[in-house]
Design a protein around this ligand. Structure first.
Ligand code: HEC
Length: 115
C-alpha cells in the first residue's frame, strides 16, 4: 500500500505533541538525551555544564576540567574506573549509576566542546 500523506499527518502530530509530555515525566530540567540528564543530575554541580569545573562546588573540591587533555587523553576504561570508584574528592558512582549509565555519561563528556 502506498504511503498516504493524509494518514501520516495525524501520526506526526501525535508524536510531536507527546514530546513535551515525555520531557516533563522525567523532571523539570530533563531533556530527551538520557546521557545529558545523567550528567545534569550527577556531575554538573561540580564539573559545570561545560565540563570546566568552574562551579562553586567544583572550586571547593578542585574538580577536574573534563575537556582538559589530562582527562580527554585517558581511555574509556580509565574514566569508567574513576567514575565508578571515585578518586580523591571525586565521589564514587557505583551505587548510583549502572555500568551502562557510566558509559553513556563518558560518551557525553567526550562530546563536550573544548574551551
Ligand atoms: C562532589 C564533586 C564531584 C562530582 C559530583 C563529580 N565529580 Fe568528577 N571529579 C571531581 C574531582 C574533585 C575530580 C578530581 C579528582 C582528582 O584527580 O583528584 C574529578 C575528576 C573527574 C574526572 C577525571 C578523572 C581523571 O582520572 O582525571 C572525570 C572523568 C570525572 N570527574 C567525571 C565525573 C562524572 C562523569 C561525574 C558524574 C557522574 C562526576 N565526575 C561527578 C569532583 C566531582
Amino acid at each position: 500500500m502506498p504511503l498516504n500523506p493524509t494518514r501520516l499527518l495525524p501520526l506526526c502530530l501525535a508524536a510531536a505533541l507527546s514530546l513535551p509530555a515525555l520531557a516533563q515525566d522525567s523532571g523539570a530540567n530533563a531533556t530527551l538525551d538520557p546521557a545529558a540528564d545523567l550528567f545534569k543530575a550527577h556531575c554538573l554541580m561540580c564539573h559545570g555544564a561545560d565540563g570546566s569545573g568552574d562551579t562553586p562546588a567544583g572550586k571547593i573540591f578542585k574538580a577536574a576540567a573534563l575537556t582538559d587533555p589530562m582527562v580527554t587523553t585517558k581511555s574509556n576504561d580509565e574514566l569508567h574506573t574513576v567514575i565508578k570508584n571515585g578518586k580523591n574528592k571525586m565521589p564514587p558512582f557505583k551505587d548510583k549509576l549502572t555500568d551502562a549509565q557510566i558509559d553513556e555519561v563518558i560518551g557525553y563528556i567526550r562530546k563536550l566542546p573544548p574551551r
